[in-house]
Design a protein around this ligand. Sequence first.
Ligand SMILES: Nc1nc2c(ncn2[C@@H]2O[C@H](COP(=O)(O)OP(=O)(O)O)[C@@H](O)[C@H]2O)c(=O)[nH]1
Ligand SMILES: [Mg+2]
Length: 289
Amino acid sequence: MATTTTTVTKIKSRQVTEFPIAWDEATTPYALNTFTPSARTLSDVASSHQLDRLSSSSSSSGGRSSIPVRLAKAVFVGDVGVGKTSIINRFCRDIFQSHYNATIGVDYEMERFWILNIPFNLQIWDTAGQERFKCIAAAYYRGANIVVTVFDSSNLESLSTCQRWMDDAVGANRVVPLKFLVGTKIDLVNETHRDKIHQMGIRMANLMEAEYWSVSSKSGENVELFFRRIATLALETNLANEATENISHSRPLMQMHNQSSSLLRPSMSQQQMWENSRGSRKCSSCKNF
Ligand SMILES: Nc1nc2c(ncn2[C@@H]2O[C@H](COP(=O)(O)OP(=O)(O)O)[C@@H](O)[C@H]2O)c(=O)[nH]1
Ligand SMILES: [Mg+2]
């Protein structure tokens, strides 16, 4: 089989200075489209720490001040072959491999962002064969802040399984993660059919209460924007949660949180889904495990 690898050696900067907007602002459940006051305040603190570090680097004292690095876990789910590994490879390494390699033994990639100067690590979990054995995937799903369900835009059968993938991943978590539905391989879809694919994708995303994206890992279209979007929304969620924890100490921060969290808050039905999913669940692929 003929194989090609496209490699672009320049790794793009992970600096995020402008708020990354949704693929379709009209349909996203996450209406946040500008940095919250909490993020801007923390950004000012981070910048002043950096200045401190620079000014104290020539002296023997100090030079170590920094703000904690926040972290989010993103898990990618979907049928075998839809393009999960490819979108991660495009983003993390800027490579695309046209031949199929089954994903084996990969745990996760860690990518560092500087969002308004705030250090933020995105842990990106690829599926290492778990897509075949769903009931052993709970550990992989647990603690996810972001669930990305992937389908192949050139094979709509893969769209029909997305809801189940999302429910499984969300159901393994006490707190409902940020939810995304990503159609890959849009380069394989004829221009005249793209609108139809997008409409179907958006309809499914609405059902899942997820944000829809359309990307090509081959051309790179929208891949960088998508990852910036998920990292930024995850940071904002993280800050909103911290504000809730500090509720008794900081009234103004809580008010800020209320603004941002209403734009990021999961629905009751998703919370209910977690409660419902706690009972024993059977997986036909795993009956021998
Ligand atoms: N044309 C095209 N092919 C893609 C794209 N993404 C993935 N593929 C191909 O689809 C196949 C499966 O991709 P892979 O990422 O391994 O799927 P996974 O099993 O979900 O991890 C591979 O042959 C990839 O080269 C894309 O955006 N465009
Ligand atoms: Mg894979």
